[in-house]
Design a protein around this ligand. Structure first.
Ligand code: SF4
Length: 408
């Protein structure tokens, strides 16, 4: 049985595709949302994992804030019905400031959603235009205030630096807005140009220019210093929080390489040594779930199913909409736990947790790699209550990939 149930739900619809986005999402298909949600609810209700109640739920996308109160309530009801939701569960929803109004926040608070992830990306309208965002900076600010008024005391804001033509002064304006708003959590990324995106084509054709690496490094350094002065703790390679209680409990499940369930088109789940991905195509996903739900209803009516109609997630049939399954070798699981753990800049990779899971110490498996990183001053062992943890040093923050690559 999985005792720490983390549930991810994917809503793959957006009003318009942002120029930098390569997520699994569809623009202008939100008319399909009702059918999609029907399929999604079936997928949740038919799941047969042997799990404890959900302790974290993350509704991401895409743009989950395209849903109305009833639709969001429908998803939560299914999770409650199928797995149960722990009383102190962290329940997060992502919201795009261009899709919401004050009532939306009141409604979702009423549903028990207690954490909001606001996709702001920049407080500069010029940046927002280049990124193809559907909201302005003023709308983002207004949205934040509305969420506060609705009672949200755990708000995360997403920001991106290293944007086309962005200067250090321009980035500082974003940090100044952070100081004004003081969200409890920040996810701040440096722009990654993904192949196939519109922004990538613009850069390749020379239509827009990106700041050079030194300037991007300066932006990051400035962010570290500025946010530390405000009292934020840098606890993961792209995440800051105002105290441990405001760190993302859901994301920490991923970074600790723990198990999680994923529902919806393109969603990923991981239980035991298996990781699977659902079919990404929304139409195929809906059709598949319809077929499965229909056949189960028929089998139930004929009394052929003895387990209450759950789809058995056995080797042969992991889930209703699974497109690919990876069986992770012990070596792969160990490497993954090292890479993910080292993302956490405070907690790092816990040696006791590694030992509990694999019966071996990290040094016994990755002695050469760890020794090399220690010598280069990129990681260090820190004492914790439960034993020692391997943690990245500040010197490695900008070279994170160098550290992770050691375990690929
Ligand atoms: S809103 Fe988010 S998911 Fe949707 S297109 Fe923009 S970046 Fe991608």
């Amino acid at each position: 049985m999985i005792d720490m149930t983390a549930v991810y739900v994917h809503i793959p619809f957006c009003k318009r595709r942002c120029t930098y986005c390569d997520f699994i999402t569809y623009a202008n298909l939100d008319a399909m949302l009702p059918e999609y949600l029907e399929a999604l609810q079936d997928e949740i209700l038919l799941a047969s994992f042997d799990v404890a109640e959900a302790k974290t739920i993350y509704i991401g996308g895409g743009t989950p804030s395209l849903m109305n109160k009833k639709q969001i309530a429908g998803i939560l009801d299914c999770i409650r019905q199928r797995f149960g939701i722990s009383e102190d569960a962290e329940i997060t929803i992502e919201a795009n400031p261009g899709t919401v109004h004050a009532d939306f926040y009141k409604h979702i608070r009423d549903l028990g959603i207690n954490r909001l992830s606001l996709g702001v990306q920049s407080f500069d309208d010029r940046d927002l235009k280049v990124l193809g965002r559907i909201h302005t900076s003023d709308e983002a600010l207004a949205s934040f205030e509305q969420a506060r008024k609705a009672g949200f005391d755990n708000i995360s804001i997403d920001l991106i630096f290293g944007l086309p033509e962005q200067t250090l002064a321009g980035w500082r304006k974003n940090l100044a807005q952070v100081e004004r708003l003081m969200p409890e959590h920040l996810s701040i990324y440096s722009l990654i140009l993904e192949p196939g995106t519109l922004l990538n084509r613009w850069v390749e054709r020379g239509l827009v220019a990106l700041p050079d690496d030194d300037l991007v490094a300066d932006m990051f350094e400035e962010t570290l210093t500025f946010l530390s002065r405000l009292g934020y703790v840098y606890y993961e390679i792209s995440s800051w929080a105002l105290g441990e209680s405001k760190e993302s409990r859901h994301n920490k499940v991923y970074w600790r390489a723990n198990e999680y369930l994923g529902f919806g088109a393109g969603a990923v789940g991981r239980v035991g040594d298996r990781r699977w991905r659902n079919m990404a195509n929304v139409k195929e996903y809906i059709l598949k779930l319809r077929q499965v739900a229909r056949s189960i209803k028929v089998e139930n009516a004929l009394g052929l199913l003895s387990n209450g109609g759950f789809v058995q997630k056995t080797d042969a049939d992991l889930g209703s909409a699974v497109a690919e399954v990876e069986n992770l070798s012990v070596q792969e699981q160990m490497r993954e736990m090292m890479m993910l753990g080292l993302r956490m800049t405070e907690e790092g990779l816990s040696e006791p947790a590694f030992y509990r899971r694999f019966g071996r110490l990290p040094d016994a498996i990755f002695g050469v790699e760890i020794e090399d990183l220690l010598k280069k001053g990129l990681v260090a062992w820190h004492p914790f209550e439960d034993g020692r943890h391997l943690v990245m040093t500040p010197k490695a923050y900008l070279l994170g990939n160098l550290v992770f690559r050691a375990f690929v």
